[in-house]
Design a protein around this ligand. Sequence first.
Ligand SMILES: Nc1ncnc2c1ncn2[C@@H]1O[C@H](COP(=O)(O)OP(=O)(O)OP(=O)(O)O)[C@@H](O)[C@H]1O
Ligand SMILES: [Mg+2]
Length: 366
Amino acid sequence: MSGVKLDRVVKTYGAVQVVHGIDLHIKPKEFVVLVGPSGCGKSTTLRMIAGLEEISGGTIAIDGRVVNRVAPKDRDVAMVFQNYALYPHLSVAENIAFGLRIRRTPREEIRRSVAEVAEILGLTQYLERRPADLSGGQRQRVAMGRAIVRHPKVFLFDEPLSNLDAKLRTQMRAEIRRLHNRLGVTSIYVTHDQVEAMTLADRIVVMNGGRIEQIGTPMELFTNPANLFVAGFIGSPPMNQLRGRVVRDADGPAVMIRDIRVRLPRDVSVEDSQEVLLGVRPEHVLLAARSNATPVPISLDLVEPLGSEALLHAEIHGQPFVIKAPTQGDVGRFSGLDMIHLPAEELKVFDAETGRSLITHQVSGG
Ligand SMILES: Nc1ncnc2c1ncn2[C@@H]1O[C@H](COP(=O)(O)OP(=O)(O)OP(=O)(O)O)[C@@H](O)[C@H]1O
Ligand SMILES: [Mg+2]
């Protein structure tokens, strides 16, 4: 099984640099997701790995071999795109077999491989159909079949699910992960959808403006975001950010949000009167008092029921604040809510100027 190594990889178009020297070491069999906002360089990075874009600087190695000057067809990677671009006049079987045919694979071997892949993807009964007579999800599976049948060293996916409706997307997402668990092929997957990243990845790479903000497991990024960008990108709804100023005294570190004094966890590296943003996940807010949790008055503005949970939109001294709380079957329980409680051990703190996390136990990213 094959790893993929990017070292100081740069991409420039004319005078414009769009990827600024990224380092990324992907282990054999790993499922890595590149996530970030539109234009941050995800597709460009993936296409450089595939060999579809030239590399302006640095090196890319697949399975220990530098491939900077290796043609795409000789890199032994298979790519699945958003527009799966099946051949409309060919059957499902012929579409899956296409790559093997142009490689002059013996007929009997093609037949066996196509049957095996169709079985894995649940396409056996559709092998004689044309793409036009399939659903979107089935077409996407054919596109994956085309990639799988070649037994590549690495799968590259560029937003393969974004043409599907929400329900099918969730279903196909689980199928892709099951397929990975079964085949164990090193996979690099691009999406701008943080839920897709969280659910699919062994490790997530958060990109922004052609740079890597943080690399980590989904839970590492959720629990210990290295900076405000990652804190705002991973998690839904995003982490609340309350502007305040640090005070340090005998009681330990705290943040003043005007007259409200919020106790911080012990493992923060903050200076007295430092300007910070206090990070609070909507799901970590408590509605009932508890020791080591600071009571904070809120003004509740809107309740959005989601079913078992509700989103409560509120303000704290004019700063927007969202709470995710269990409904226990009745959103009436939130009426008149004017106090919440912030548990010290769940709070994050970021430098207001640099955006960096000031929590000291965290593993650093990048
Ligand atoms: N051929 C090109 N010439 C000039 N600039 C380009 C070219 N291709 C891409 N870019 C620029 O490079 C940057 C990164 O593009 P890229 O397609 O990698 O973004 P992305 O992260 O995949 O975004 P999206 O989520 O919208 O697909 C963008 O600013 C884009 O405008
Ligand atoms: Mg893209």
